[in-house]
Design a protein around this ligand. Structure first.
Ligand SMILES: [Zn+2]
Length: 171
């Protein structure tokens, strides 16, 4: 019988737990930062940003989009668990650049129901980062909106490039 991927993960966890000692941390991130990033498999946030266990909150979804649910997590992160800075990370070659909002329509035709969520597809990654910064900064629920910065991670070089929140209009 072949082992499923989940079986492999469970086996890896047994090994992990075998060498694990209770770090004695509480739930408040040590470095008081929340990172919102795309779920892309090529983006290893802890390695790429020099983060260690307990350092940060990590909130990920397709695109690293600031949805209502991300605002929900950030609100809890800031108000109940002490984070103050927000780092937004999108990346080159994102799958959302291959999609359009017509994906919702295709789904509706296929399954007979239109999703309530927006696809949040984009073509200009810098503009999408700027929109995400704006959504965080204008949220009435977040007490800390001064230290909000957005970046594009290059999946071929591993480098982050910061996006100017103001930006120039696309030529
Ligand atoms: Zn992506």
């Amino acid at each position: 019988m072949t082992e499923s991927v989940t079986d492999q993960l469970v086996r890896a966890n047994e090994k992990y737990a075998g060498g694990f000692t209770d770090p004695g941390m509480d739930a408040r991130p040590v470095r008081k930062v929340a990172v919102v990033a795309c779920m892309d498999a090529r983006l290893d946030l802890h390695e790429a940003l020099g983060l260690a266990l307990g350092d940060c909150h990590t909130i990920r979804n397709a695109g690293g989009v600031v949805t209502d649910d991300v605002i929900r997590s950030l609100t809890i992160s800031q108000r109940k668990l002490g984070t103050e800075a927000v780092v937004l990370i999108h990346h080159t070659g994102c799958g959302l650049q291959q999609l359009t909002e017509s994906f919702r329509h295709e789904l509706e035709l296929e399954v007979g129901q239109r999703p309530s969520w927006a696809v949040e597809s984009f073509t200009d990654v810098d503009q999408d980062v700027r929109q995400s910064i704006a959504r965080v900064r204008t949220s009435p629920f977040l007490p800390h909106t001064e230290d909000v910065r957005g970046f594009v991670f290059d999946v071929t070089t591993g480098l982050l490039r910061e996006v100017d929140p103001v930006g120039a209009p696309a030529a």
